[in-house]
Design a protein around this ligand. Structure first.
Ligand code: SF4
Length: 463
């Protein structure tokens, strides 16, 4: 983004901890990459061109970058893929183009800018990013939110009393290094053999619809994955129409990071026309249809992303909202969060809704922040945005669900263990009389603890 104007501000306002200046959205010029020097505007807007030209491995990255990146970066990337990565590499050109947008052509400077870049840091992790002492928390888990444990039919997680999550597909057009569903989503890596969905998509969808018909207490369905942008449109449309045939379903939310990572998908005529049919049906039946996307940094908010959000709203989707993930080195400062929220809210019509703390999946410690850091960030971002557009920072506590970061019951700051309570039973605790009295732990990254706390963890078994 570039600043539109220097605001004329009274001296006192300049002393505010955060200074707002409206910034224009910019699509960085992809022709700065040697491999895309001759790519036309029409090709860039084409979803199929974007999918075909995704970067999936180091060889393709080298071909794209020419001499722009130093060898040490590729070696670091390969070391990470060998030893740490829980997600394979898949980056649409749109996302690569938002990395180091102003680094120029000097390889030393481009390499430094790539290392420091917030988008690169979560979409293309390298070995030296990881925490050198505690890359993995002893309590990290592959399915850290226990979603599969709460499946009522394959892919349908019933965790909250009135809401379900429908995992339609286990792939995405892009893979994020910190993916919460790393257990299931994407291709296996050297470190992680992925689980596979066993049912055929059509059978899984039939079973989900059947469960929802039998369970009228569920009124809200998050249609997710993976990313719904990878579900063939006719199949997705048919599922959404069947959902809206169920009288008791009142909210439907489509989860797609592709709105920001591959906005070209959401502006294709066949998708826009289909989305309009679904939105019109939703309006007629009084169902709230929304898109939930996943943007973590202001650099990702480009004119094409704004166009995709505007298009969805124009065809009748009620709201486009953002659920970002709070990550060190990416957006864990109040300025980065507010810059992103103002870009989303002010320039792209996307409501900044939540920031999730990064979940306790393996090898994620360098991204995670402690609960007290998250509380400080929540405090620091209050009061700048309209109240309805001020995001809540939430911790997804295993076996509990989303809790606002100030809602903890008890907090041992030395050991970095917070304890949380809940006010409903998840689907696996309906007969558990103690479920609502129990305290559920959540763990800060060990490297953020005081010396005594780190020493205590050193006496504990490492998983
Ligand atoms: S888009 Fe979502 S589901 Fe897909 S890799 Fe990223 S975090 Fe995981």
């Amino acid at each position: 983004m570039t600043a539109i104007q220097e605001p004329v501000t009274p001296a006192a306002a300049q002393d505010q901890p955060y200074r707002y200046a409206r910034a224009e959205l910019v699509e960085p010029d992809w022709r700065r990459f040697p491999g895309w020097q001759h790519v036309t505007d029409a090709e860039w807007r084409d979803a199929q061109w974007q999918r075909v030209h995704c970067i999936r491995n180091v060889k393709q990255l080298r071909a794209l970058m020419g001499d722009l990146l130093e060898d040490r970066f590729y070696e670091d990337l390969l070391a990470d893929q060998r030893e740490m990565a829980t997600m394979s590499m898949l980056l649409p050109p749109q996302m690569i183009n938002t990395m180091a947008p102003t680094a120029g052509t000097d390889p030393a400077k481009v390499t430094e800018a790539f290392y420091a870049d917030p988008i690169r840091r979560y979409m293309m992790p390298v070995r030296s990013d990881r925490d050198p002492v505690w890359p993995n928390h002893p309590h990290s888990e592959r399915d850290s939110l226990h979603e599969a444990e709460m499946w009522v039919v394959e892919g349908l997680t019933h965790r909250y009393p009135t809401k379900v999550l429908a995992e339609m597909i286990s792939t995405c057009p892009q893979y994020c290094g910190h993916c919460t569903r790393m257990d299931l989503v994407g291709n296996s890596t050297e470190q992680v053999e992925k689980h596979k969905l066993a049912l055929k998509p059509v059978d899984r969808q039939d079973a989900m619809i059947d469960y929802l018909k039998r369970t009228p207490g569920v009124r809200d369905v998050v249609v997710s994955g993976g990313d719904v942008a990878n579900v063939p449109w006719p199949q997705l449309e048919s599922f959404l129409m069947r959902l809206m045939d169920i009288e008791t379903v009142r909210d439907v939310r489509l989860a797609t990071k592709a709105l920001a990572a591959l906005p070209q998908h959401w502006i294709q005529p066949k998708v826009v026309e289909g989305l309009e049919r679904v939105a019109v049906t939703a309006q007629r039946r009084g169902v709230n249809l929304a898109i939930h996307t996943h943007v973590n940094h202001a650099q990702s908010v480009t004119p094409l992303v704004a166009e995709a959000a505007r298009t969805a709203l124009e065809v009748g989707v009620r709201d486009v909202r953002n659920q970002g993930v709070l990550m060190r080195g990416v957006n864990a400062t109040s300025a980065a969060l507010l810059d992103l929220c103002f870009a989303l809210q002010g320039e792209a019509n996307i409501l900044p809704y939540y920031f999730y703390m990064c979940d306790m999946i393996p090898n994620a410690e360098h991204w995670r922040v402690s609960v007290h850091e998250a509380q400080e960030l929540q405090h620091a971002i209050m009061g700048y945005l309209p109240g309805y557009a001020t995001p809540r920072i939430v911790c997804d506590v295993p076996y509990v669900g989303k809790r606002w970061v100030h809602q903890l019951a008890e907090y041992d700051r030395e050991k970095g263990i917070s304890y949380w309570t809940k006010n409903y039973r998840t689907g696996i605790e309906l007969d558990d009389p103690e479920a609502l009295n129990r305290r559920y732990p959540y763990y800060d990254p060990i490297s953020t603890l005081p010396e005594a706390g780190q020493a205590w963890w050193n006496t504990q078994p490492r998983s």
